[in-house]
Ligand binder design. Structure first.
Ligand SMILES: Cc1ncc(COP(=O)(O)O)c(C=O)c1O
Length: 259
């Protein structure tokens, strides 16, 4: 059998990750420091590891809700209220996923029809285009420039807009540029999103790596609240990148489809 003919076109459209090739190669070499994948140089805190061990010892190994443990979602709901003043109902507005890629892929599967376009800044995290391509969508890269410290500009977004544009995928602080977008800059993006009725997926995995100023959670931007559309955005956050735990906040109207 010619297996290559059997592979889906969506999968064939995704090239093998160069950074992963490099990572695999470096791991076979002695005395080489791998600067490939980005990770913190510390392990998960002991209390997290202990809690995982305890949970396994208690044989908590069966299925949970598709949304993740309710107790965890309740804690996350409190955390977001305290930190950003955002209210998400743990029953149907918070979902735990195994990683950002799963979260973004699930959102893309839920919102995209074949050929729908998703705007994203360039450069940005390498896996974003793949998450869109895997479900038959088209990633549309919006250039950013060193003169602007790689901030996403609304005029560049407008240039790439078509009738097929469905969503905007952003991630600040940005990998690889380290760019952060402050509240004023994100408000301009939010106004653009409102004007064109787009969905925003905001990957905020690096929210705690903001060293100057304060991280702005995209979902907390007032313009979105004014238009009662705050929950049009999906924010993803993690506390430990080495023990995967991501949170997807979502509009209640998407709840059934995502599940
Ligand atoms: C911006 C960004 N999002 C997400 C991830 C990680 O995603 P995942 O949890 O799917 O490995 C990374 C990892 O480098 C990243 O840089």
């Amino acid at each position: 059998m010619e297996w290559n003919n059997k592979i889906s076109e969506n999968v064939q459209a995704v090239p093998f990750s160069g950074i992963r090739k490099f990572f695999d190669l470096a791991s076979t070499m002695k005395d080489v420091i791998s600067l490939g994948v980005g990770e913190p140089d510390y392990a998960a805190p002991d209390r997290v590891i202990d809690a995982c061990i305890e949970s396994l010892k208690n044989k908590e190994t069966s299925y949970t809700s598709n949304w993740g443990l309710l107790e965890l979602r309740e804690e996350i709901s409190c955390f977001f209220k305290k930190r950003y003043g955002l209210e998400y109902d743990p029953m149907n507005e918070i979902m735990i996923t195994v990683g950002v890629s799963e979260a973004i892929t699930v959102v893309m599967q839920t919102i995209l029809n074949p050929g729908d376009q998703v705007l994203m800044p360039d450069p940005a995290y390498l896996a974003y285009p793949a998450c869109v391509r895997l479900v038959g969508g088209t990633p549309v890269l919006v250039p950013t420039f060193s003169d602007d410290e790689f901030r996403l500009r609304v005029d560049k977004l407008e240039e790439k807009l078509t009738t097929k544009t469905k969503a905007l995928l952003i991630g600040y602080p940005n990998n690889p540029t380290g760019t952060v977008m402050d509240q004023a800059a994100l408000e301009e993006i939010a106004a653009f999103v409102q004007r064109h009725d787009l969905i925003v997926i905001s990957d905020e995995i690096y929210c705690d790596l903001t060293y100057e100023g304060k991280h702005t959670c995209f979902a907390s931007i007032p313009v979105l609240a004014i238009f009662a559309d705050r929950k049009k955005s999906c924010s993803l956050c993690t506390r430990f990148t080495n023990m995967r735990f991501y949170v997807l906040h979502l509009p209640v109207s998407m709840e059934q489809s995502l599940r």
